[in-house]
Design a protein around this ligand. Structure first.
Ligand SMILES: *[C@@H]1O[C@H](CO)[C@@H](O)[C@H](O)[C@H]1NC(C)=O
Ligand SMILES: *[C@@H]1O[C@H](CO)[C@@H](O)[C@H](O)[C@H]1NC(C)=O
Ligand SMILES: *[C@@H]1O[C@H](CO)[C@@H](O)[C@H](O)[C@H]1NC(C)=O
Length: 422
């Protein structure tokens, strides 16, 4: 979750307002009479709901286990913060942590569950605090939506009144988050009523953007017109990311901790959300090469063989469970502001030295993106501008990485400007 040091902010490069009719520009008014006095009632402000990405919610756990992987690991513990407390991510405690946070896939029910004796819950439904800070001790490494929330507070917003958070179990894919979508609809309606019937704005990040998309696809146009003012998407992983392939193959060091990707892999590959975030077949051609070896290549169409050869067919099963979400690319049909970073090295292929790929750590071949999500997935929102009645605005920010977009000055300014429109 930590912000990386790499991205030098080069500022705005492209600003494409694909819907000039929904204008922000005051010079459209061509009146010769003096303007009327401001309306007596307070202008309505659109309440905000934050929808976080992968790893962007807190996760609490309670332990009553009969087994533990190491003698240092506690078997019983009352509710405590499991994600994300950096102190648990050191050796050897990280092995206890992995055993408590990993999931097990049941091929018969097509669902996942925790390690026996581990209970988990997602605290703070509706509260922005839990998505402003992932680490409840407010370790600065766990800062998430807090800068954007502070911009809103500057505009007169009040936390828990018209700023809310919609956390969820990010380990799981949409098929196992059905209750989240039901709860989100209720939160939208309650927030609308509690704020003088003002339609809400979703502000989403990364995996939170396709989560919001799936939610909106399931609502009627009439419902959306009434309850939803707009979505502001930051670094949306609309069409997945090659990084998910990398995670299955070799894990990920989360960019931050003094931990090897190999250790974390044991936990990360058990998440169905990682399988959902595999490259979308709508944006990756069947013939595209995902991995090379001296004797053969693995193309997008051969993903199943790839999972077989890295000896993790569970990943393929989870892919099958979630593919229907990747294949539905109907527009959200609400005003969409699609902001993303670009121009940063982002993994797009794996290169193996040997033909037996299961035990090798491959070399990463880089393409463009925001360091985490590939360019084509970040830009996928542009596709809707021709297919949606609602306006789509896109803004690419050169050199702004996947996490830094949440605190980038130009992004904060953009959010401020948009949120001042009633
Ligand atoms: C813990 O699990 C054991 C059975 O394995 C059960 O007897 C006990 O009541 C449980 N304790 C709590 C606090 O739930
Ligand atoms: C709703 O509108 C009323 C009357 O205009 C105003 O007094 C009240 O403060 C408003 N409430 C909210 C939550 O905006
Ligand atoms: C594998 O893919 C690379 C990159 O597309 C290509 O240059 C190479 O010829 C392919 N090798 C085989 C064995 O198909």
């Amino acid at each position: 979750m930590r912000l990386r040091h790499s991205g030098i902010l080069l500022g705005l490069l492209v600003a494409t307002f694909l819907a000039p009719a929904e204008c922000f520009w005051p010079w459209h008014t061509t009146s010769t009479t003096p303007p009327p006095p401001p309306p007596p009632s307070e202008p309505k402000i659109s309440p905000v709901i934050f929808v976080p990405g992968d790893g962007g919610s807190q996760l609490n756990a309670r332990l009553n286990k009969t087994n533990s992987p190491y003698f240092v690991c506690e078997k019983t513990h009352d509710w405590y913060n499991l994600w994300l407390d950096l102190e648990q991510l050191v050796i050897p405690m990280v092995y206890c942590w992995i055993d408590n946070v990993k999931l097990y896939y049941d091929k018969a029910t097509r669902t996942t569950h925790n390690t026996p004796g581990v209970e988990t819950n997602i605290p703070g439904w509706g509260d922005p605090e839990v998505v402003e800070w992932i680490d409840p001790t407010r370790n600065s490494a766990g800062a998430y939506f807090k800068d954007i929330a502070n911009v809103l507070v500057d505009l007169g917003y009040v936390r828990k009144m018209n700023i809310h958070g919609a956390p969820y179990d990010f380990r799981k894919a949409p098929n196992e988050n059905k209750q989240f979508f039901i709860d989100l609809k209720q939160l939208v309606e309650d927030t609308y009523e509690a704020n003088n019937q003002s339609a809400v704005t979703f502000i989403s990040h990364s995996m939170g953007s396709p989560m919001t998309l799936i939610f909106l696809q399931e609502q009627t146009l009439a419902w959306k017109n009434k309850y939803v003012r707009r979505q502001i998407s930051l670094a949306g992983a609309w069409a997945g990311s090659f990084k998910a392939v990398k995670v299955f193959a070799m894990g990920d060091d989360l960019d931050s901790f003094a931990l090897s990707a190999k250790i974390l892999k044991a936990e990360q590959i058990t998440h169905p959300s990682t399988a959902w975030l595999l490259p979308s077949p709508l944006f990756w051609k069947p013939s595209e090469v995902l991995a090379t070896t001296p004797t053969r290549n693995y193309t997008m169409a051969q993903l199943k063989e790839f999972f077989n050869d890295i000896d993790y067919m569970t990943g393929w099963e989870m892919r099958k469970d979630t593919l229907r979400y990747s294949k539905n690319f109907n527009p959200p049909d609400v005003e969409l502001h699609c902001l993303y970073g670009d121009g940063i090295d982002t993994v797009e292929r794996l290169q193996y030295k040997k033909s037996a790929i299961a035990d090798e750590t491959p070399k990463l071949i880089m393409g463009l993106g925001d360091g985490t999500v590939n360019q084509r997935s970040l830009r996928a929102c542009q596709y809707w501008s021709g297919y949606s009645s609602a306006p789509v605005s896109t803004l690419a920010l050169q050199g702004v990485d996947h996490m830094k977009i949440l605190s980038n000055g130009d992004v904060l300014k953009y959010v401020r400007t948009v949120m001042q429109q009633p």
